[in-house]
Write a protein that binds this ligand. Structure first.
Ligand SMILES: NC(=O)c1ccc[n+]([C@@H]2O[C@H](COP(=O)([O-])OP(=O)(O)OC[C@H]3O[C@@H](n4cnc5c(N)ncnc54)[C@H](OP(=O)(O)O)[C@@H]3O)[C@@H](O)[C@H]2O)c1
Length: 427
């Protein structure tokens, strides 16, 4: 039986590793805002990273944003470097949960997972990299289970809204839900919006290594999931969506991989009926199609060669039409940005036999929230951690490597997210 020991003698409930990163600094602010939601209204936490000086600055900035005189007296600093296993072990021994914000995860993630498993700390990350996430499942599931440790990946915008959104849609449907398509739209204010370079680098290396993901998947030797209801048809690579009234492309992030893994877990562990899933993202009008095609072509060519990858890494703004930048979004851009997932589901209503005929019921739900990368992501990872600390008995019975949906299906994570601005509703 796995245990989340909040009253153990580990000094910290949470240690934020990579707190000095672009995303890490916002995770620090979000933890500081929510300390009263910790076990018994209290949260003991520390920040960790490879530079003490940078971490001190992050705490100073977070205190200023939260209008506090200082945070340093209540938050400790741990110096740890991915390249130094002893420092990772020392960090993990002090934490109930490590919130890992150090990416790209394909380069830096595994030593942290390993140190957590070996030293009995639970691990939550914000990776959107299927190769890392599935690789950790393949390599660490049984060790994590033996140690009673939960390794929960993709707890940021990738892929909590999609994964929990599919579960929410399934819960709200009166009958057996068999298929869902999600349509993501992102809004911004007059200054537009952008994503920080850290995610751009993760995407570059992810795309350049796509073939390895296929061979990794074969190693799982999975049986196909049972098929229930009509087979969900794949849409084209560019189409006008009547659902969101704009041109739309398949969503290239980790959501389809994560949702599928969750559905497999629910079928295998809870004998649930699987939900088929298709993920799409709105791109707007004709002008954006031209930009996307141009940027996409350059990306596909350059990402295959090391000199091309270096070019992409050096000039994110140029090659992404400003969608990614080394500076990341400003606070104003973040304040004015938002996202919406619309989930269109179909299934068999109560009383209809799912093995007979075509699905006869439909449902539409929404998950809406603030800016994806640096507002919604910190909310999602911090609420995931608080759920683990406050609802340990609602987690899967054994430790292991889990998706958010698999880990949190029986918890109140969705309600917690609702209270913090990531809203789930039925249309
Ligand atoms: N799921 C989502 O929706 C979502 C949203 C945002 C970000 N992310 C992911 O989060 C990751 C971080 O993104 P970011 O934009 O915050 O990147 P970033 O600003 O480059 O931050 C990277 C962090 O990793 C630390 N680091 C690098 N090498 C290290 C080492 N050897 N030992 C210890 N720490 C090390 C850096 O420390 P220093 O400060 O000392 O350099 C920094 O704190 C990326 O993988 C990104 O894709 C996901």
């Amino acid at each position: 039986m796995a245990r989340v020991e909040t009253s153990s003698n580990r000094p910290y409930h949470l240690v934020i590793f990579g707190a000095s990163g672009f995303t890490g600094q916002f995770v620090v602010e979000e933890v500081a805002r929510t300390v009263s939601e910790g076990p018994k209204g209290n949260l003991k936490w520390a920040v960790a990273g490879r530079s003490r000086q940078k971490l001190e600055k992050v705490l100073e900035q977070a205190a200023a944003v939260l209008s506090k005189s200082e945070l340093r007296s209540e938050v400790d600093i741990i110096v740890a470097d991915v390249e130094e296993p002893d420092s990772l072990a020392a960090m993990c021994k002090q934490a109930v949960i490590v919130l890992n914000c150090v990416g790209p995860y394909r380069f830096y993630g595994e030593p942290v997972v390993k140190a957590c498993v070996e030293n009995g700390a639970h691990h939550i990350d914000i990776s959107g990299e299927p190769q890392f996430l599935e690789g950790m499942q393949l390599n660490y599931s049984s060790q994590a289970a033996d140690k009673g440790v939960y390794i929960i990946g993709s707890c940021g915008f990738d892929s909590i809204p999609a994964d929990m959104g599919v579960l929410y849609t399934k819960d709200q449907f009166k009958g057996t839900l068999t298929a869902v398509e999600s349509f993501l739209t992102v809004g911004s204010g007059d200054d537009g919006g952008c994503i920080h370079d850290g995610t751009w680098q993760s995407a570059i290396y992810g795309f350049s290594d796509g073939q390895k993901l296929q061979s990794l998947r074969r190693k799982f030797n999975h049986k196909p999931l049972p098929s229930i209801g009509s087979k969900l048809k794949r849409r084209g690579s560019l189409f006008f969506s009547n659902e969101i009234q704009q041109y739309t492309v398949p969503f290239m992030g980790s959501d389809p991989s994560v949702v599928k893994r969750t559905q497999r877990f629910l079928v295998e562990e809870h004998q649930d009926k699987p939900v088929q899933y298709g993920a799409y993202a709105g791109i707007g009008g004709i002008g954006n199609i031209i930009k996307l095609m141009f940027a996409g072509m350059m990306f596909w060519v350059l990402v295959k060669f090391s000199f091309g990858r270096n070019l992409l890494i050096k000039h994110p703004e140029f090659f992404s039409f400003g969608f990614f930048s080394k500076a990341g979004p400003t606070r104003k851009q973040m304040d004015e940005s938002s996202f919406q997932f619309a989930f269109y589901g179909e299934g068999y209503t109560d009383g209809q036999d799912p093995s007979q005929g075509k699905p006869n019921g439909k449902i539409c739900t929404l998950v809406q929230g603030p800016e994806c990368g640096y507002v919604a992501t910190p909310i999602a990872i911090v609420q995931a951690a608080l759920t683990m600390l406050n609802e340990p008995t609602a987690l899967p019975k054994t430790g292991g490597v889990y998706t958010p949906g698999a880990a949190f299906a029986k918890t109140t994570l969705t309600d917690r997210l609702n209270k913090h601005g990531i809203k789930f509703s039925v249309v």
